[in-house]
Design a protein around this ligand. Sequence first.
Ligand code: MN
Length: 292
Amino acid sequence: MKEELIVEATSILAEKGPLLYLSEGSAVIVGDTHGFPEISRLALKLWNRENCDYLVFMGDYVDRGPRGLENLETVLEALISDPDRVVVLRGNHESPTMNYFYGFYDEVARLAGVKLFNRIATFYTYLPYIALLNGWLLVHGGIPCRACRGESEEPVTIDYLRLELAKVWAHPRKGLEPEQPIAFQLLWNDPRGSVEWFAPSIRGEGAYYYGRRAWTSFLEKNGLKGIIRAHEAVDAFHAWLPDGKKEPLKQDAASVSELEGAVITVFSSLYHGMRAGILIMDNREILFKAFK
Ligand SMILES: [Mn+2]
């Protein structure tokens, strides 16, 4: 990968900020791709073929899979080719610490050298955390708690998230590893229908499960329809419905009204041997595409 590509992508993101308000439109939405550029290219092809307004990548481009650098390059070339319509969100693997443990640091050091890795690490701090589209919240992990005591708590507002993210976004020290609790949870939290409010996550300190009352009260307070996120290795898709039930989403399409109040997970990598999911959505309908 050329250094100029990272530099150009960084300067595009620097103008956008940590929270993106997208105007209404159709979108192709991609979950974790983890080193599988063929899935990112497939999403690009779908985006062109279906003539959608947006192409949204929800983070975790590198680590685990075999070709992280090539995958990141594919995503960044898409961003540079159409910066107003291609959205590139941050995942929990857009982090130097994760890259030391899960393979991407070694991959870059071997193929391109440590200097490029440092450029990439700076680039991570400019990635947006959240996009709002058609009344849905798009985020890698999910919604955060503040008190996190496992009991009912006032949901966070979008304004609060914007202000908290402004404190760490593009900050050369604070943003390199998103340790600030709100930023961290946006990238690390998982939904669980069996949980009511918030519960500590098996992923480790600072990460939580957000339960059905946590996400439904968050959606209500912010006037949102639902959450689309990635982060968990599932077979292409699943959804938690507002009553806490799990829906495997075996059908090819669902109306938006049918899924109102839900948290939808889309996972788009092949490293775990299951199918890669890609969503196509507009104001009325969500299509579920799965690939092997
Ligand atoms: Mn993840």
